[in-house]
Design a protein. Structure first.
Length: 249
């Protein structure tokens, strides 16, 4: 990659960091996509439950546009529990199952390694696994492994799990005052903002941490290909130029 004039790479945060500031490399890392619930609508959080579940579970949680964090100032434990009851029972079924919701890790070590990292996250004070009652999360098969959905509750953005993303349906529900959210969410590929508060809408629209903003009950995974994120392959392979043309007298 150091010898090519232009290249594109997808990888972890550590991989992307190696190419930071290099204009020859278009690097794509984790999305850390989130849902932010404003104080004006958080008491009606149940009406947004389907939006949250779809954002976390669709495409087996493998996309950078899947929601990895849901932030609200209150009701966070109830929100986490409700999502857990929806996705916690999901089982690992074969790829031939038309109703399969989980993708296999074809390199089993990736599943076991990820599971070990999650267990470290759960050891931190103030973090609770809301899906613990739904059985084992690591499912090992002969040639692959699965990770079943997990919902964790974090009582503060200070918890390390609040800034984690994994390649399976995993979401942290984080308790955070509304006035602190935009300053603490960190890099966010897709941010769905649930509010009718015009001041919060304006602030979220101007938040440089978020690349793509959805206002209203739009799952983070709902995509319009006319609105690409992080640029397109055209941006990678070509240079923008401007032309002006005038007729000769």
């Amino acid at each position: 990659m150091t010898k090519t004039p232009r290249s594109m790479i997808f990888g972890s945060a550590q991989t992307v960091a190696q190419h930071a500031g290099n204009p020859k490399v278009q690097a794509h890392g984790p999305g850390f996509s989130k849902i932010l619930i404003g104080d004006d609508v958080v008491d009606q959080w149940e009406s947004f439950l389907d939006v949250m579940v779809e954002s976390v579970l669709s495409n087996s949680g493998r996309s950078c546009i899947n929601c990895s964090g849901i932030w609200a100032s209150r009701h966070t434990r109830e929100i986490a529990q409700a999502i857990a009851e929806k996705i916690g029972p999901v089982e690992a079924t074969p790829p031939s199952d038309p109703e399969a919701k989980l993708a296999a890790f074809t390199v089993p070590a990736m599943a076991t390694g990820t599971h070990a990292m999650v267990q470290q996250d759960l050891a931190e004070s103030g973090v609770e696994d809301m899906t613990a009652s739904f059985g084992d999360k690591l499912i090992e098969r002969e040639h692959c492994a699965y990770l079943r959905p997990m919902v964790v509750h974090a009582d503060s953005p200070d918890r390390q799990v609040a800034s984690k993303e994994y390649m399976f349906p995993f979401v942290s529900v984080v308790e955070c005052p509304e006035k602190e959210m935009l300053g603490r969410i960190g890099p966010t590929l897709v941010g769905t903002v649930l509010t009718q508060n015009e001041a919060f809408i304006q602030s979220a629209g101007a938040c440089w941490e978020s690349d793509r903003a959805n206002f209203g009950p739009i799952p983070t995974t709902r995509w319009n290909w006319l609105q690409p994120h992080e640029g397109t392959i055209i941006d990678c392979l070509f240079r923008s130029r401007a032309y002006q043309i005038a007729e000769f007298a």
